[in-house]
Design a protein. Structure first.
Length: 159
């Protein structure tokens, strides 16, 4: 698996990835508003040099927060490999924990993260409704027809 730092990719390429998969590089969550194209992270490149997965994160105050994680091919180990890269960064930066936020409808993500040792730490009720004031194109309905309303924060201790 070819994993590269986002610093090795052109900013335009990263911006295009986020436009294609998120509508824009702007991520609005309880912890803040982020330009994912400007964050640190890693990408998995497939054989033809196409981005097959991408993760972004921020490190602050002893906490590493994953801001986005995309794997375009499920069950291939892409998401797991990207998570391991961020865990290394968290260890190198002496972080005490890794956190992330997903929405209440994203049951596949909740399953993925919990299988990798993350535990639910907070539920931010109606947080997505607040986020829509900043980014109105956030959908109302998500996976399996579930209304998107809340954010679920998960965390994992760093070994």
């Amino acid at each position: 698996m070819n994993i590269v730092s986002l610093k090795e990719l052109s900013k335009d390429r990263i911006i295009n990835f986020f436009h294609r998969h998120w509508g824009s590089p702007e991520m609005v969550i309880s912890s803040g508003v982020y330009d994912c194209a400007a964050l640190d992270g890693f990408a998995v490149l497939s054989g033809e040099d196409v981005i097959a997965g991408l993760i972004t994160y921020v490190v602050e105050g002893g906490v590493c927060e994953i801001i986005s994680l995309d794997s375009l091919e499920e069950k291939k180990g892409i998401g797991t490999a990207l998570m391991k890269e961020v865990e290394k960064v968290a260890t190198e930066n002496r972080c005490k924990r890794i956190t992330l936020i997903t929405t209440n409808d994203n049951l596949p993500a909740l399953k993925f993260y919990q299988k990798r040792g993350f535990m639910i730490s907070h539920i931010h009720r109606f947080a997505v409704e607040k986020a829509r004031r900043i980014k109105p194109d956030i959908p109302l309905i998500g996976h399996d027809g579930i209304p998107i309303r809340d954010e679920i924060e998960l965390e994992k201790g760093v070994d």
